[in-house]
Ligand binder design. Structure first.
Ligand code: SF4
Length: 323
């Protein structure tokens, strides 16, 4: 039995692309194209990449919102999409998701006390004292039981995200998928929500798949980092290694864009030269090659294979492959 809480094996999520009446054959958008990683119990894996890299699709596949085209997602060694009935329901309760926008993710017609326990009701949990659970959770996220009878519009963005976190905790999950949970909030509030998530992760020994385009946020909260580009993982390693010794040219570019917290040295370089590729028509060979300052002839012809440069540090780039 593996020690990993989550194991994702060669995950692919393709969408059929709508084409004109006269076009022949089907075209697919390869949003996620052969992604493999694991998350240990009590670990935060930061998934970082530009908008459109496929990271949200990975999160939705783990949360059961999007069915994979192929590949497997194992939770405690159980194949999530092969489970049926009660076993599937039990396993789905172990995974919750927090969305980016707390203004659209909370039903405006529901009271907070009903929003918080909604996942439990959907999962058909029996013999549950919903009111007690709602009271405990609203306080755990730094709000008050007096807030339980109110509606979402009566709260600020930061408070709404706290309510979304309380709702995610209601099923007592092992894994929370946090999809850009602070990027829709004011800068002053972002740190509060990050600190709350950090504290809850430690207190409850939660695992997070923390999705963000912001390397600064990922740096703060993650134990390990996975860097995604155009549907593929290009670098995975522990946070210190990836931040201090990034090997993939794309990771190096992302890190150059993280502001330095010293006004005299302040800089924010352009993240990466050029535009991300069209996922319906990705470049041949290494998908990063049109933007890569180190590209070689082979980069546009063949796809690099993932190699392990040292324990746990994986990289997909010809620069590190034996000639
Ligand atoms: Fe750059 Fe080539 Fe490495 Fe791709 S495989 S990142 S193009 S050097």
């Amino acid at each position: 039995m593996s020690s990993h809480l989550v194991r994702v094996d060669n995950l692919k999520v393709y969408y059929e692309k709508k084409t004109g009446l006269l076009s022949l054959g089907k075209k697919y958008i390869k949003a996620v194209d052969g992604v493999s990683f694991y998350i240990n119990k009590g670990e935060v894996l930061g998934l970082v990449g530009e908008s459109g890299s496929g990271k949200t699709t990975v999160g939705k596949a783990l949360a059961g919102i999007i069915e994979p085209t192929s590949g497997h997602i194992y939770i405690e060694d159980k194949d999530l999409y092969a489970l049926k009935g009660e076993e599937q329901r039990r396993m789905r309760m172990k995974i919750q998701i927090i969305f980016q926008n707390p203004f659209s993710s909370l039903d405006p017609r529901m009271r907070i006390k009903d929003i918080i326990v909604e996942p439990l009701k959907i999962m058909g949990a029996k013999d549950v004292d919903y009111e007690t659970i709602a009271k405990e959770l609203i306080e755990k996220v730094g709000l008050s039981i007096h807030h339980l009878n109110r509606y979402p519009h009566q709260f600020s963005g930061g408070q709404r995200q706290r309510i979304a976190i309380a709702r995610a905790l209601s099923t007592n999950p092992d894994l929370i998928i946090a999809d850009e949970p602070t990027s829709a909030l004011d800068v002053s509030i972002q740190a509060q929500i990050l600190n709350l998530m950090w504290d809850l992760q430690k207190e409850l020994n939660l695992s997070y798949l923390f999705i963000s385009h912001d390397m600064g946020v990922i740096r703060y909260i993650s134990n390990r980092i996975a860097v995604m580009y155009a549907g593929k993982l290009v670098e995975v390693g522990d946070t210190k290694t990836v931040l201090e010794s990034p090997l993939h040219p794309y990771t190096q570019s992302l890190l150059k864009a993280v502001p330095i917290p010293d006004p005299k040295k302040a800089r924010r370089e352009r993240i990466v030269v050029g535009e991300p590729p069209d996922p319906a028509n990705p470049p041949s060979g290494c998908r990063f090659h049109p933007r890569c300052p180190y590209k070689m002839d082979i980069c546009g012809e063949d796809e690099p294979k993932e190699i392990r440069v040292n324990s746990g540090h994986r990289i997909t780039c010809f620069l590190y492959q034996e000639k």
